[in-house]
Design a binder for this molecule. Structure first.
Ligand code: SF4
Ligand code: SF4
Ligand code: SF4
Length: 334
């Protein structure tokens, strides 16, 4: 990255995500509420453990091998892995005793929402995982495109598709290991999250971040050493990228869920210092760094003076969203 290049990043605190789907709805309403985009969720919030959206995306390949070559990936199947969006007959909803969707659903976004894992009431658990395009530093979608239709902006690292150049060949979809680029069959083009760049250019946060009811999201530049995004990722090292093993250097980071309630023993007594959320689940998602991150989060002194904990409380939007420098943050316009 040369001196003029900058990278925006998002941090999402999984302890504060309540799965309300405000982010999903605001993004859908703003960006994917038109022809050919019914099944697209540039932002989705899935349940862990669960199969996610598209179904079993983590096992679909894509990204880079250790030697830097593109890894084979698959394009998700529309009916089995995205699920064809279903419609209701709205007249029937008001009058019939029983009504069914016009087509039988097979899979869809939030299909396994809050199902979770473990055994009730002993150790059942789940947490929410919001996902957008990671605006990767090494975007495999870009590398796979034979028409140079995908580009990464130097000034903020946002990855975009040039609709005039896209030929709809879908190599990018196979190559993205997060399956965060979608094919629009209506226009034969690939489409993806644009990090709400028209808002960013006005000094405002992306909609999924500003509309987050849990105040779980932070947005800022990775090189802004006074910013909270920098501090959470680089100074305290408590925000980690999702599936770093995919090799694309994602720029959405997560504070791991470290506040899960304790388990019960078979007599129903609390097992002290036990966590319901399985560390093995977290290691798969965020790598071995999870151990140090959780240690730091748990050991931080709760005396009201911790910079880290104050940041995570996130009481000030002007600090949570910071795009230029402190003086230029345009949060009053929200
Ligand atoms: S998450 Fe996927 S679509 Fe987004 S930049 Fe990375 S490789 Fe491309
Ligand atoms: S950054 Fe904007 S376009 Fe991307 S998921 Fe969030 S709301 Fe949607
Ligand atoms: S709006 Fe915020 S709290 Fe609600 S689901 Fe999205 S990330 Fe989670």
């Amino acid at each position: 990255m040369n001196m003029k290049e900058r990278q925006l990043a998002m941090v999402i605190d999984l302890n504060k995500c309540i799965g309300c789907q405000n982010c999903t709805v605001t993004c859908k309403t703003m960006w994917t509420n038109s022809s050919g985009k019914d099944y697209m969720y540039w932002n989705n919030v899935e349940t862990i453990p669960g199969n996610g959206y598209p179904k079993n995306w983590q096992d679909m390949g894509g990204g880079f091998d250790a030697d830097g070559s593109l890894k084979n990936g698959k394009i998700p199947n529309m009916s089995k892995e995205y699920g064809i969006p279903w419609e209701y007959n709205h007249d029937e909803i008001m009058s019939a005793k029983e009504f069914k969707p016009k087509t039988e659903p097979t899979w869809g976004v939030n299909w396994d929402e809050e199902k979770g894992g473990g055994e009730f009431p002993k150790d059942n658990y789940f947490f929410n995982l919001p996902r957008i395009c990671n605006h990767c530093s090494k975007p495999s979608c870009l590398s796979a495109c034979p028409h140079d239709a995908i580009f990464k902006r130097q000034k903020d690292g946002i990855v975009l598709v040039d609709m005039d150049l896209c030929q709809g060949c879908r190599y990018c979809i196979a190559a993205c290991p997060y399956k965060k680029i979608y094919f629009n069959p209506q226009f034969s083009k690939s489409e993806k999250c644009n990090f709400c760049f028209p808002l960013i250019e006005e000094g405002l946060p992306p909609l999924c971040a500003s509309d987050c009811s849990g105040r779980a999201r932070f947005v800022g530049y990775l090189d802004d050493i006074e910013g909270q995004v920098y501090k959470l990722i680089k100074k305290y090292k408590v925000a980690l990228p999702l599936r770093p093993d995919f090799g694309v250097e994602p720029n959405v980071y997560y504070i791991p869920p470290f506040l899960s309630p304790p388990k019960f023993d078979k007599e129903g007594n609390i097992i002290e210092n036990s966590d319901r959320i399985r560390t093995s689940e977290l290691v798969k998602l965020f790598g071995e760094e999870i151990y140090d991150a959780i240690k730091t989060l748990k050991n931080e002194k709760r005396d009201g003076n911790s910079e880290l904990l104050k940041m995570l409380v996130a009481s000030q939007d002007k600090d949570r969203f910071r795009f230029k420098n402190k003086d230029e943050a345009n949060i009053n316009a929200l």
